[in-house]
Design a protein around this ligand. Structure first.
Ligand SMILES: *Cc1c(COP(=O)(O)O)cnc(C)c1O
Length: 424
């Protein structure tokens, strides 16, 4: 692996951009590595700024489910660009994308486009508060819903009910209404509802947790959340920014057969361009301005380029064989786990659909606390040696790898060969 050009760019970038990156995880600090700068991407492969070819297991953190620079998506973007890049007035593709999203997910009767997942969750929270007239919100420890103030809460002193700002710059008052519970802990959620029976506007959950590494919901967990929210009059919000159109064409909710009240999207629905969306029951969505009084707006929302990329992507996914991809990922993950186990390291690799995380532990993984006990040193060793051999994986033990329909059997075989060479 050549890194001179990446290194030079990174040194220069650090003088101009905080940490040299426009989103913190890209800096690879968790694994004490410098980032690789990317110059080109096609299908399942990336070309680094130094000209090396690597197999991409990260998929731009989620959007690239059909692979990079898919010809149909590229063509749609180019054609749209030639028709102008922003109108400040509605266009037909906004209606078509809304129709596609609404028909894919029965719980989504109306949808509003925004420009990022962060905007989607912030807007959904405002809507939930506006509609219910309540201020409190429940989220799970280690769950990520973008960088909106209210969501950046950490657990204080191990108590499920006490939250503190997770970053300087967020006033304590802003997270005072953010209630925290451990993922997969229905009992903790029940206690919160019992403590504030008529004050909780919404519960936000990643139906499959993808931002503390990949953690699967225990059987009955999501259904239990649905029941508690209904009982206490709180809105159940599925944050499907990762899982939407990835766990199945109907998202996690289609796969687990749960109807949330609101859903947030991002990543895949933008086809690699900056898009987010939130949608749900029409009686709720009609409260958004200008039909209702809950204000939310955006100069570039529903941007024609982004709508074209999203539509082209969904068009491909609609006819894609999700089961076949999942079966291939399953076989790959099983073999990877076997290879690593034979090296004598404790390892487990939870996976679903095209997502997986390599955790170095044998302890059961249920929530953020259990993920934090995994062996970081082993992960760093694994990550660095895989990358050195051209396998570009999620650069943190707390992130998920995101595979695509473009990954070939040869890509998987090369990754397995690389894993065989890793020395712990
Ligand atoms: C990435 C992510 C977000 C934030 O989306 P951005 O487009 O990065 O703002 C929100 N929720 C989940 C579950 C995510 O994975």
């Amino acid at each position: 692996m050549h890194t001179k050009r990446s290194h030079d760019l990174f040194v220069h970038a650090q003088e101009l951009i905080p940490g040299g990156v426009n989103s913190p995880v890209r800096a690879c600090r968790n694994v004490h590595a410098d980032p690789l700068f990317i110059a080109d991407a096609k299908g399942s492969h990336l070309t680094t700024a130094d000209g090396d070819d690597v197999i991409d297991f990260l998929g731009s953190w989620g959007p690239m489910l059909v692979g990079h620079a898919h010809p149909a998506v590229t063509e749609a973007i180019c054609k749209a660009a030639a028709r102008g890049t922003s109108y400040g007035a509605p266009c037909e593709d906004e209606v078509r994308l809304a129709e596609e999203v609404c028909s894919a997910l029965p719980s989504v009767e109306m949808v509003r486009m925004v420009n990022s997942g962060t905007e989607a969750t912030m807007s959904a929270l405002r809507l939930a508060r506006g509609v219910t007239g309540r201020d409190k919100m429940i989220k799970f420890i280690g769950g990520y819903h973008g960088h909106g103030d209210a969501f950046l809460a950490s657990a204080g002193s191990g108590v499920a009910t006490f939250s503190i700002p997770g970053t300087p710059g967020v006033p304590a008052a802003t997270v005072a209404d953010t209630l925290l519970a451990p993922y997969n802990d229905l009992g903790a959620v029940k206690e919160l509802f019992e403590a504030w029976p008529d004050q909780i506007a919404a519960l936000f959950v990643e139906p499959v947790a993808g931002n503390m590494g990949l953690i699967l919901p225990q059987p009955g967990f999501l259904r239990g959340l649905r029941e508690l929210c209904s009982k206490y009059g709180a809105l159940l919000v599925f944050d499907e920014v990762i899982t939407g159109f990835r766990l199945s064409y109907g998202g996690a909710q289609g796969r687990f057969d749960i109807m949330p009240d609101l859903t947030t999207f991002g990543k895949i629905i933008g086809g690699g361009l900056p898009v987010g969306a939130y949608g749900g029951r029409a009686d709720l969505m009609r409260h958004i301005a200008p039909e209702g009084e809950v204000y939310q707006a955006g100069t570039l929302s529903g941007n024609p380029l982004a709508m074209a990329a999203g539509l082209a992507t969904l068009n491909i996914l609609k006819h894609a064989d999700y089961d076949a991809l999942e079966a291939r990922v399953h076989a790959f993950v099983e073999e990877l786990q076997e290879i690593l186990r034979e090296k004598g390291v404790p390892v487990q690799i939870p996976h679903i659909a095209s997502l997986f995380t390599v955790y170095f532990t044998e302890a059961p993984l249920m929530d953020f606390a259990s993920v934090q006990t995994t062996d970081q040193k082993l992960f760093e060793t694994f990550y660095k040696q895989m990358r050195e051999q051209g396998i570009f994986m999620a650069p943190s033990a707390f992130e998920a790898n995101m595979l695509s329909f473009a990954h070939s059997d040869e890509d998987f075989a090369r990754a397995l060969d690389a894993a065989r060479n890793v020395k712990f």
